[in-house]
Design a protein around this ligand. Structure first.
Ligand code: ADP
Ligand code: MG
Length: 349
């Protein structure tokens, strides 16, 4: 297994820049997720790491070795495209063995490695079955078997669960993460789905228009989004983003929002009056009769133990995550306050 380091990676297709100055390190054994909307440059980055696309500039190091100009098959990386791509005319054993046959390994070693991969994936009992009769979950496992049997230095996965229905996807999210923990393999996983990213990643890079906007642990990205884009993209329901215009005194501990004073953990820098956005997660919003920030309950969506209550205010709709046991009625006037530790402030770009 090996660390992957990407330095100032850039890819332009003629005048269009798909990936701009991307720098990050995936530690040995880490599960790293590149997350972002369609077209932001995830696949292009992955293809450069795999050696399927030559960077316009920048460097790729695999286990400390510069592989930027090495061909894909010399990199010892497994690229998992679509987990469903199996050879239908071969049985499970032959499907898993296929990459090793291509490498020309001796039969006995192939046999042992296939048995080991099947054991790790808990599909030993399926080895002599035809792949055409398998459930979609088992087909996924066989396809994974074909990747892990090579014992590559790293795995690259491009939206491998994209084609699955919700139930199987959820199961495979946990299975993939558990498999990763058993193998300890460095993994770069690409998805546009934040729930997949949050559930699986040790580290996430959030990409937007070819640029990594934030790199960090899922919790950091959720709690302290570095940009308006990240704040809006991460979280379900998403962060409340409230426009306001203010000047902030340096070191101030509160700001004025409508008639309300909103307590802040700390405002690092002051700024002259300008357009700002206050970001607050629904779980950071409280109903507070004493608050001068007033609104009216629009509706509630029950989620089992909590409910998302939407309150219309002069600053737009604000969503609050509240205990499901709390009784609220549409049309009811309420006051709102925010937990200071849940607030972020962004420039309206
Ligand atoms: P993602 O995987 O995040 O959806 P991609 O990396 O596939 O995004 O693509 C990023 C951008 O680069 C897109 O706008 C896409 O159209 C463009 N792009 C990707 N490959 C090529 C190519 N071979 N030629 C021209 N443009 C490309
Ligand atoms: Mg893609």
């Amino acid at each position: 297994m090996a660390e992957i380091r990407v330095e100032h990676l850039r890819k332009a297709f003629e005048s269009f820049v798909a990936v701009e100055d991307s720098t990050f390190t995936v530690a040995d054994g880490e599960f790293f997720v590149m997350l972002g909307p369609s077209g932001c440059g995830k696949t292009t980055t992955l293809r450069m790491i795999a050696g399927l696309e030559l960077p316009t500039s920048g460097t790729i190091l695999l286990g400390g070795e510069d592989v930027t100009f090495k061909r894909a098959r010399e990199r010892d990386i497994a690229f998992v495209f679509q987990l469903f791509a199996l050879y239908p005319h071969m049985n499970v054993r032959a499907n898993i063995a296929f990459p090793l046959k291509c490498e020309g390994l001796p039969g006995a070693e192939i046999g042992a490695r296939v048995e080991e991969a099947a054991r790790i994936l808990r599909i030993s009992h399926l080895l002599d079955r035809s792949v055409s009769g398998l459930s979609s979950g088992d087909r996924q496992r066989v396809a994974l078997g074909r990747s892990i049997v090579r014992k590559p230095l790293a795995f690259l996965m491009d939206e491998p669960l994209g084609a699955l229905d919700t139930e199987l996807r959820e199961a495979m999210i946990h299975e993939l993460r558990a498999l990763h923990d058993r193998l300890g393999a460095t993994t770069v996983y690409v998805t546009h789905d934040q729930l997949e990213a949050m559930a699986m990643a040790d580290k996430i890079a959030v990409m937007n228009r070819g640029i990594i906007e934030q790199f960090g642990a899922p919790r950091d990205i959720y709690d302290r989004p570095a940009s308006l884009f990240v704040a809006d993209f991460i979280g379900q329901p998403s962060m409340n983003l409230i426009d306001f215009r203010a000047s902030l005194a340096p070191g101030a501990s509160e700001l004025a929002l409508g008639g309300a004073r909103v307590a802040m953990p700390e405002l690092r820098m002051g700024c002259p009056e300008r357009d700002l956005v206050l970001g607050v997660r629904p779980e950071g919003v409280r109903l507070d009769d004493a608050s001068p920030l007033r609104g009216e309950v629009f509706g509630a969506e029950y989620l089992g133990t909590t409910q998302i209550v939407t309150v219309t205010t002069a600053h737009g709709a604000v969503r609050a995550r509240l205990p499901a046991s709390l009784k609220v009625n549409a049309g009811e006037p309420v006051g709102l306050s925010f937990r200071p530790e849940k607030l972020s402030i962004f420039d309206r770009a």
